[in-house]
Ligand binder design. Structure first.
Ligand code: ADP
Length: 498
């Protein structure tokens, strides 16, 4: 239920009071009026504080409207008071308005209706004022609750207003102290903005708080015009913890990088040592092998006639095995070198590489009466010429080697050009490779046949794969039953071919 509006009606004239009350009743419901006709009643009413608005005449037998107004406003400054009179002068009206009178209505027959309207307006004004005050309190509370510093500064960087969080962030007690920190640093910029507005900015600032501690904050400044004057509104957000974490992380990264660099240097030194060690081991191994081979041959030649069949075979086996071991050592050395050395790539003409490879394999190709068919023209690739010669030599010598007895070797070579890479195919008509073995044959020492069937060390394809991968390419094999093997290498196409 709405509470009744309580109005004091102060007038010596009974019928005037009745008229006012009637008008009030038309406008307000529920309504409670109290008629005051002497000073005691007024005093009592003021003491009881049981009214919301007052309508008073000016001319009273026991007082006057101005005194009544002052008495009421002295106790209840917000309580609406409307003066309704025909005896007041303009001076009185001005005086009354100065003392806080809400409205002044001349007492005339058709003016009664104005009294409730004046009260309503005054009440509404009060209500709005109350709401605004509440809003301001709420806003202020909110501004003081947020952890973000909020401030307003002049264009020279002097802070003129702030919330409490701002002062806390700077560890200061007053704006004067805050200004000593010169956070905005505008005064030192020497930039004269004149009529222009400084641009909106967001930057990280490092500053010393009043308590001496170092802090970081995210400072956002927004230019604003308030009543024609340019000001800078700003936000200050504490990012000290984040910044400290960032710095710690940076330090950690630097330490880590240093450690990685140290370890890499150590590893490189170890690698270097190992390479030298491997080289000297290979070298030292080959020398006695060559001696064994040499003596085996001398014995075979010198004792040729006097040797029985078994002895000759033993000596021959010694020579063949020593030779095989020597080849293995050479292959292993090539493989280990390829793993370590830096590989330079350039534009390489595949046709020229194949011409060299075919020339190098001339003897083996002739022995097998091999037919080599190269589909020209072949493109240029990004690669290393020497490694490519070695890889293709290994692939082609396998192509003529792994072939059934009595079959004439046929090798076909062609290239496919894709968007940015080239795939070179080497197809033979040999014994082929079962799909299950397609991955493992590229590992070192993997051989699918005995040395008696097909001689070899099992390193050739490992070298090929290592070499191709060091050049940023790929290698693989496909097998179509009854059709031999189809090896391929894939490399980036040379830049001039793109
Ligand atoms: P190696 O030729 O010395 O035996 P590789 O590493 O070159 O060693 O080859 C590994 C194995 O892969 C060979 O022993 C053979 O079993 C198989 N292989 C390689 N190339 C071919 C081919 N063109 N046709 C059939 N088998 C092959």
């Amino acid at each position: 239920m709405t509470q009744a509006l309580r109005v004091l009606v102060i007038d010596d004239n009974k019928s005037d009071r009745a008229l006012i009350i009637r008008q009030l009743q038309r406008e307000f419901s529920p309504l409670h009026t109290q008629e005051i006709i002497d000073a005691q009643e007024l005093e009592r009413a003021i003491a009881n504080a049981n009214f919301d608005a007052v309508v008073t005449d000016y001319q009273l037998g026991w007082s006057n409207g101005l005194d009544v107004l002052r008495a009421i406003k002295a106790h209840y400054p917000r309580c609406p008071v409307v003066m309704f009179t025909n005896t007041g002068t303009e001076e009185i009206a001005v005086e009354a308005l100065k003392s806080g009178l809400d409205d002044y209505v001349l007492k005339a027959p058709n003016r009664y209706i104005r009294v409730p309207a004046a009260i309503r307006v005054a009440l509404q004004r009060n209500e709005i004022r109350k709401q605004m005050a509440l809003l301001e309190i709420r806003l202020q509370r909110l501004l003081n609750q947020v952890k973000v510093g909020i401030f307003r500064a002049t264009t020279d960087g002097t802070i003129i207003e702030s919330n409490s969080a701002f002062l806390e962030l700077l560890a200061v007690k007053s704006l004067a102290q805050a200004n000593e920190i010169n956070l905005l640093n505008l005064r030192n910029d020497g930039v004269e903005w004149g009529d222009r507005l400084p641009p909106q900015q967001e930057r990280e600032v490092q500053f010393q708080r009043n308590d001496g501690s170092e802090s970081w904050a995210l400072l956002t400044t927004i230019p604003n015009t308030v009543e024609g004057i340019t000001v800078i509104d700003g936000l200050l957000e504490d990012i000290t913890d984040r910044k400290r974490a960032e710095l710690a992380l940076q330090q950690l990264n630097t330490d880590l990088e240093n450690r990685v660099r140290e370890r890499t240097a150590q590893l490189e030194a170890v690698n270097q040592d190992l390479e030298e060690f491997a080289y000297s081991v290979f070298h030292d191994l080959r020398a006695p092998l060559r001696t064994i081979q040499g003596y085996a041959h001398i014995l075979l030649e010198d004792l040729n006639d006097s040797l029985n069949t078994d002895d000759r075979e033993y000596l021959q086996r010694i020579a063949v095995n020593a030779e095989q071991l020597d080849t293995l050592i050479i292959d292993l050395l090539a493989y280990s070198r390829l793993r370590q050395a830096d590989v330079d790539v350039e534009s390489v003409d595949l046709s020229r590489v194949l011409t060299i490879v075919v020339a190098q394999l001339q003897q083996e190709l002739q022995e097998q009466q091999a037919q080599v068919q190269i589909q020209e023209p072949l493109p240029f690739v990004q690669g290393n010429r020497l490694i490519l010669i070695q890889v293709l030599t290994n692939l082609m010598s396998n192509a003529v080697k792994f072939i059934a007895d009595g079959i004439q070797s046929q090798i076909m070579i062609w290239a496919e050009l894709y968007e940015n890479h080239v795939r070179l195919w080497i197809k033979d008509n040999g014994i082929g490779i079962a799909p299950a073995n397609r991955q493992q044959i590229f590992r070192p020492f993997i051989r699918l046949h005995s040395a008696e069937e097909y001689p070899g060390t099992g390193i050739g394809l490992a070298i090929a794969r290592q070499g191709i991968e060091r050049m940023g390419g790929q290698i693989g094999v496909e097998f179509h039953p009854g059709q031999g093997s189809q090896f391929w290498i894939q490399l980036p196409v040379a830049e001039e071919f793109l």
